[in-house]
Design a binder for this molecule. Structure first.
Ligand SMILES: Cc1cc2nc3c(=O)[nH]c(=O)nc-3n(C[C@H](O)[C@H](O)[C@H](O)COP(=O)(O)O)c2cc1C
Length: 300
């Protein structure tokens, strides 16, 4: 068992927000999902105060080594989540972490207050990759914005607050330090990296959202560097993610200072990726071959 901010987890592999729909997976796999849940905790997709349609299509662009999405955070909004999704997610056999995002400090405070009262929720992850409509600054790109946000929401709950950092910041470690100083329980990174694709013929932006977020193997080296620089800068636990598709990649992020590792894009290819990666990680740690390079050789 692993202790993460007072939450007991069976292993260090969790899902990355927005990349594993547990309600749809339950429909597809039935009770097998509950009996063999692939992750040690479940992180929900981002919930906002108001319902969102998401971005117009096309929403995906395949890259040679990953994916670019401009899904645009479609969700039922706070009320819809509380009445429709939360009861179903509470049936999962693992702790539930709810990921929330607001377009102002007041909105984030409203979300944190609502979930603070729900026993089904073990922790909250704050997605700060969006602009604050009051200042125009991307909340997670600026240490001052993150400090003011934490100052506003930290007193609202005793639950662990995980700040999900954006890689689209000039100094991610400075943002992590500000989050820690104002009471964040943990930080998670990386969110997707901003990118763009052009329609092959018209040369207009392909994605309905004009730009999108790059994820998958293409971002792994960036994730490793940012996780290491953040883990060296803060004492709170770090959740590392970005391009993890087997145990070797998880082992690398842990070596770089991550306490937990989240799996995102890989789950689209293999819904059982979380369990497989946890097993690969455990097997290599339990019985490293004396002549081999352990999982290092697999991590390319
Ligand atoms: C299709 C898709 C949807 C995502 N939705 C969310 C989301 O709702 N909230 C969030 O914080 N991150 C979201 N992410 C970012 C992931 O949680 C993760 O930070 C990122 O994809 C890097 O991990 P990966 O390379 O393993 O996918 C999304 C990523 C993808 C690919």
């Amino acid at each position: 068992m692993i202790d993460f901010c007072g939450i007991e987890l069976a292993h260090p592999i969790i899902n990355a927000s927005g990349t594993f729909d547990a309600v749809a997976a339950r429909r597809a796999f039935g009770d097998a999902l509950i009996e063999h849940f692939p992750f040690a905790a479940f992180v929900s997709k981002t919930v906002t105060v108001a319902p969102r349609q998401g971005n117009p299509p096309p929403r995906l662009w395949e890259l040679p080594a990953g994916l670019m999405n401009s899904i645009g955070l479609p969700n039922k909004g706070l009320e819809g989540y509380l009445t429709e999704d939360l009861p179903r997610l509470a049936e999962l056999p693992v702790p539930l972490i709810v990921n929330v995002m607001g377009f102002s400090r007041d909105e984030v405070a409203q979300l944190v207050t609502a979930f603070a009262q729900r026993d089904e929720v073990a922790a909250l992850e704050l997605n700060v990759s969006c602009p604050n409509v009051e200042t125009g600054l991307v909340m997670g790109a600026d240490p001052g914005e993150v400090a003011r946000l934490m100052d506003a929401v930290r007193p609202l709950t005793h639950k662990p607050l995980i700040v999900k950092l954006t890689p689209n910041a000039s100094d991610v470690a400075a943002v992590a330090i500000a989050a820690e100083r104002e009471g964040a329980s943990a930080v998670s990174l990386i969110n997707t990296i901003r990118g763009m694709a052009l329609h092959p013929r018209t040369k207009e932006p392909w994605l309905g959202g004009t730009t999108g977020g790059v994820s998958g193997p293409a971002v792994r080296a960036v994730a490793l560097a940012q996780v290491r620089s953040v883990a060296e800068a803060v004492a709170i636990p770090v959740i590392g993610m970005g391009g993890v598709s087997h145990g070797g990649h998880a082992a690398d992020l842990i070596a770089a200072g991550a306490a937990l590792v989240a799996v995102g894009t890989e789950s689209f290819r293999d819904p059982a990726a979380g369990a497989r990666i946890a097993a690969e990680l455990g097997a290599a740690a339990a019985a490293p071959h004396p002549l081999g390079r352990g999982l290092v050789g697999l991590s390319r």
